[in-house]
Design a protein around this ligand. Structure first.
Ligand SMILES: [Fe+2]
Length: 278
């Protein structure tokens, strides 16, 4: 009995230490993969099964180190996806770390290309043109308040990307300008709460966002995230559907502020589009 009580005390004393060690040392470096099917009424049946890898919020050095990025690149390439979406916050403060990160991005493989947009930390660290030019030189279309049509066989998807929202100049009207009403729209918007502004203009079949890092620390099992970030308060993490528009918010790869994650590991999102018509 005495031994059992002593063991329990030891366990209770060790649990917070183990939780802290996990939150500061292990979890921020451990990649997880989330897979979801996203059913879209507008999706051409020929695109049923189309796969998208979403990567966001690298916050490369100091928020993410080389090993985690290498693990991420390897994991994405093993999925053999159709498209890769990069939804901003490549850096935290230093725009120069974009150069080694882009060298990693050049290793990414996707059947129908890689598309990117800007995050608030990127926009705060350097002019938009710094990012746009370097991504496009690397063969990655960089969408700021604009859209582009991706032809896939006899079908198509429209990819739209906004400017960052927090102190940026996002323009939902301009971003969605000229898109046919029946087109399937994939929107890349760093800050998730802008979803409501986007869907006020037209149906957004799927918006991909990051920014919140899923809260970085969540209450296990319940999933509640006590720390909220501006423009990421309504939609903190996961899949949301409103009217005929849908949103997925990823936990992202890196961290900002303290390099800590709890019950909220770095995330590679693999989404499979499904046609409701099939
Ligand atoms: Fe971020």
């Amino acid at each position: 009995m005495f031994t059992r009580r002593k063991s329990l005390k030891l366990l209770l004393a060790a649990a917070p230490i183990a939780a802290c060690a996990n939150a500061f040392i292990i979890e921020p470096k451990t990649l997880s993969i989330t897979r979801r099917d996203i059913w879209l009424k507008s999706l051409p049946p020929a695109l049923d099964g189309f796969t998208i890898a979403q990567l966001t919020d690298f916050h490369f050095k100091p928020g993410t180190d080389d090993k985690l990025v290498e693990d991420t690149i390897t994991a994405v390439n093993a999925e053999n996806v159709d498209l890769i979406a990069l939804t901003g916050d490549y850096v935290t403060d230093e725009s120069e770390v974009l150069y080694p990160l882009l060298d990693y991005f050049k290793q990414l493989k996707a059947q129908h290309g890689i598309f990117a947009t800007l995050g608030n930390h990127d926009g705060w660290s350097a002019p938009r043109t710094f990012y746009k030019r370097r991504f496009e030189n690397a063969g990655i279309p960089f969408l700021i308040n604009q859209n582009t049509k991706l032809e896939i066989g006899n079908s198509s998807l429209v990819i739209a990307g906004t400017d960052y929202v927090w102190d940026g100049y996002p323009d939902a009207q301009q971003t969605l300008k000229g898109i046919h009403k029946d087109a399937t729209v994939l929107a890349l918007v760093h800050e998730p709460d802008y979803f409501d502004d986007m869907r006020a203009v037209r149906r957004i079949d799927l918006q991909l966002s990051g920014h919140t890092h899923g809260g970085q620390c969540r209450v296990p099992f319940i999933g509640y995230a006590p720390v909220k970030v501006r423009y990421g308060e309504k939609y903190v993490y996961g899949h949301f559907a409103k009217d005929s528009s849908q949103l997925f918010v990823s936990r992202g790869i890196g961290t900002s502020g303290l390099r800590v994650r709890f019950a909220c590991p770095p995330e590679l999102v693999i989404l499979t589009l499904r046609s409701s018509k099939t």
